[in-house]
Design a protein around this ligand. Structure first.
Ligand code: HEM
Length: 397
């Protein structure tokens, strides 16, 4: 097979749009309306909304004009949560320096240990349940895997993985597409939840617990406080994104019919994952603060204004899910950002996604898989399903 069934792919893509709509009704509709007006649009009270992949990449690659730090920038939202030095709220030389120190973190050795000790056993259970023709909730499967990975990052005991994930998610539960700042009441709850996560990070750091990120960071000479900030940032940025992606990927490949191809051609899994990232864009919007007056595509932009980079709408311009068409060059990896803040967890996220997709493809090789139940999440930051139950069809025979 060298082409996707266009009608099935369209239906699958539309269903994914509905998932996003359910998560952010008002924000999504407003942004969609704005991006239909043009690729660079000034919106009073919101900022300048950009939905063109090439332009967005230029903005992300220009740190002298656009910053994470400043009025309307993401630091205003995140600094009270993650502390002042958590990567995603830093800029300039300090940011570059901390990132350089973190580069060895996602080494092949560390990633291998995540695969061997967390993902392989979780995926074996997943495949075995499908082989028994049981109903399997993909959301529950990926949540467990994500929770165990959080434990690895924080050094928290894996026995309490579910509680750990619940805490991380409550923090994100307060954020919507348009949130600029947390309220005092929200901050109090968030700090309460974070206290437990932060304590385990500090304990792992102090005892240099083998195989944990805090221990690896300590070995790189990073301070305890910076370690807590970075680990919190990783939890904030890296949990809901993957929990958002895996069920939406599943729905896209099942409903478009592409899973049957992957069952026969597992070597195409990475391409399918990349194309599904382009369609789903699990981190749908990026924010920057403008540092100097200038024009973007004729639109006036002033220092202190907010740039809203509507990534999900920029990537949607390439059309429906089609893993046989190469991702347009200007969009490549844009779902992980670009430039100085490019997703530091990209190797881990890609690995999690591809290992999951490969397990699904292997299961599909034994018999067709269908979606039995689909429950979309309402009003959450990371669009996804609350439940996505699949079954290996052979069960019905
Ligand atoms: C499908 C999964 C993921 C997606 C789509 C994603 C997307 C992104 C994007 C778009 C950015 C850049 C934001 C900006 O420039 O404003 C980013 C940054 C970041 N991501 Fe990811 N991410 C994913 C998974 C992860 C994972 C698994 C981790 C950690 C283990 C992680 C940790 C981070 C951190 C710490 C940053 C901030 C980096 C910096 O500011 O220097 N992400 N991510």
């Amino acid at each position: 097979m060298t082409a996707v069934d266009a009608r099935a792919a369209r239906r699958a893509t539309r269903e994914d749009r509905r998932v996003v709509l359910h998560a952010h009704r008002a924000g999504y509709l407003a942004l969609r309306g704005i991006t239909r007006l043009g690729r660079v649009v000034r919106v009073p009270g919101v900022g300048v909304v950009v939905s063109d992949a090439a332009r967005m990449r230029q903005i992300l690659l220009d740190p002298t004009t656009y910053s994470k730090v400043g009025p309307g920038g993401s630091d205003q939202l995140w600094t009270p949560i993650i502390g002042p030095r958590g990567l995603l709220n830093m800029d300039g030389e300090e940011h570059a320096h901390l990132r350089r120190k973190l580069t060895p973190l996602f080494s092949q050795r560390f990633l291998r240990s995540i695969v061997d000790e967390v993902l392989t056993p979780e995926m074996a259970r997943f495949e075995a349940a499908l082989a028994r023709h049981e109903d399997v909730d993909v959301v529950a499967v990926i949540e467990r895997a994500a929770a165990r990975i959080i434990c690895r990052l924080t050094g928290y005991p894996e026995a309490d993985a579910a509680a750990q994930l619940a805490r991380a998610r409550e923090i994100l539960g307060f954020v919507t597409l348009t949130t600029k700042q947390f309220s005092d009441a929200q901050l109090a709850v968030v700090h309460d939840k974070l206290a437990v996560l932060n304590e385990s990070t500090r304990a792992a750091y102090r005892s240099a617990a083998p195989g944990t990120v805090p221990a690896l960071m300590r070995a790189e000479g990073i301070t305890e406080d910076d370690t807590v900030s970075v680990v919190t940032a990783m939890i904030v940025a890296g949990t809901e994104t993957i929990v958002s992606f895996a069920p939406r990927f599943t729905n896209l490949v099942v409903e478009s019919g592409h899973l049957a191809h992957l069952a026969q051609h597992p070597e195409d899994v990475p391409t399918a994952v990349a194309e599904a990232m382009r369609v789903t864009v699990p981190s749908p919007v990026m924010i920057r603060s403008v540092l100097r007056d200038h024009r973007v595509d004729g639109v006036r932009v002033r220092a202190g204004e907010r740039m809203v980079l509507a990534n999900i709408f920029a990537c949607a311009r390439a059309g429906d899910f089609d893993p046989f068409r190469p991702v347009p060059k200007e969009m490549r990896q844009l779902w992980f950002g670009a430039g100085a803040h490019f997703c530091i967890g990209m190797p881990l996220a890609t690995l999690e996604a591809e290992v999951f997709a490969a397990a699904l493809a292997r299961a599909a090789a034994a018999g067709p898989i269908r979606v039995v139940t689909r429950v979309r999440k309402q009003r959450t930051m990371a669009a996804s399903y609350r439940r996505l139950v699949i079954r290996s069809e052979a069960a019905a025979r």
